[in-house]
Design a protein. Structure first.
Length: 145
């Protein structure tokens, strides 16, 4: 029986460690962006230097889906489609527009301050693996001008 108890404890400790790793974050509360996504840089529209940028939300896609902005840029998504859409960030505790709050003609704005990649998707027409209706806001490092 002690052998079985050791195995049970080992399994429970392993599950606890996996759960803690999945829920963990960094000192900033788990809302820091990823360092990069696996999308070629030439796929991104460079709109650095603009203080405000619009992204159209049409049926089954974001236009432009991949943008590079400067820190402090406000990005506004404009629902111009016919179908329900939402905007779900893959970065914990950042931006989110739910279907009920983002109807046809509505807008949603978020200001990006920290450099990094902010992947997002519409769960109605895309996936968290950035398949289908998905995009990335890449915030460039502040220039030392």
């Amino acid at each position: 029986m002690p052998h079985m108890l050791r195995w049970t404890m080992a399994i429970l400790l392993s599950l606890f460690a996996l759960g803690a790793a999945a829920c963990g974050g960094d000192e900033s509360g788990g809302n820091s962006p990823s360092t990069s996504v696996a999308i070629a840089s030439d796929e991104f529209s460079d709109v650095t230097g603009e203080s405000e940028v619009d992204v159209s939300v049409v049926d089954n896609e974001f236009v432009d889906p991949y943008i590079t902005v400067s820190p402090g840029t406000k990005v506004t998504w404009i629902h111009e489609g016919r179908n329900p859409h939402n905007i779900l960030s893959l970065i914990k505790n950042t931006f989110r527009a739910d279907v009920d709050d983002f109807g046809v003609g509505d807008t949603y704005t978020y200001e990006f301050d920290k450099p990094g990649d902010y992947p997002y998707y519409c769960s109605v027409h895309g996936t968290a693996k950035l398949n289908g209706q998905a995009g990335v806001v890449r915030v460039a490092a502040a220039s030392g001008k």
